[in-house]
Ligand binder design. Sequence first.
Ligand code: C2E
Ligand code: MG
Ligand code: MG
Ligand code: MG
Length: 277
Amino acid sequence: QAKAAGRNNVSFFDPAMQARVTARAALEADMRRALVNDEFVLHYQPLMNMDGTMAGTEALVRWQHPQRGLVSPAEFIPVAEDSNLILPLGRWVMHEACRQLAQWAGNKRTAKLAMAVNVSAQQFHRPDFVEQVLEVLTTTGARADKLRLEMTESLLLKDVDGTVEKMQRLRAAGITFALDDFGTGYSSLSYLHRLPLDQLKIDRSFIWAAVKEDSGAAIVRIIVALGRALNMSVVAEGVETLEQLNFVIAEGCQSYQGYLFSKPLPESELLALIAGL
Ligand code: C2E
Ligand code: MG
Ligand code: MG
Ligand code: MG
């Protein structure tokens, strides 16, 4: 008994584990400070139509850290999601993306661009999420029909009825939805047709596998067919090579994102890129 308890508690005294807990708490505290000091920035990755025109951009958050330089969301978003920090951070991202969208609307080079914003489960499942988004649209003057929310399978699976209801209210305002990283989550096809989704984004792991293995190619083919059957447009994520692009064009994807065309860019660099198109 004592031995069992000791074994269960052993991680508590594990120095490596202790170090991780301390590091995480430090990162959390640092993020709180960074929110106050306005250290987060958005970069924008183009979403390209297959005819070479730009459909829009996806807003991707970065942390401009005074000592560490530009920190990737892969490092801090999971920590923010485990604490409550994703709520103020998510609100900031929504506001900044919509402010940018409204500003682009005033320039004929950028007026047609849509803006995709990633939404975390915690954020979406807040009771006032719909009101929050609609308020941001009002205060920034951004057009709802240019705003697309990107969500993951796990987010949508949690409370499907409540999720559908919220999506419908946002949709009534003109907002559209993308299912992000499709294929990596708990793919339950039984709920997919119930969700008012406009776009399926095929996770980059399948795009990469598609040009290497027959089975990868088959998965992409099936996802495109599924998207078509459910009236969604299909986006290929993480396109890095011409071979991958040619493949997803041949398979019928409507648009793509990836380093082949551009990585996520600060606004000034995005505008320079657009000016050169
Ligand atoms: P995501 O929404 O699936 O975004 C796509 C990620 O793939 C981005 O990473 C992008 O830089 C990367 N990517 C795009 N094309 C390529 C490519 O050709 N090759 C490779 N290797 N990577 C490519 P990033 O910016 O590091 O973001 C990682 C994830 O962090 C995002 O995945 C998203 O889940 C999350 N994230 C980023 N910004 C936000 C945000 O504002 N809110 C929330 N909730 N999550 C965010
Ligand atoms: Mg995304
Ligand atoms: Mg994705
Ligand atoms: Mg992702």
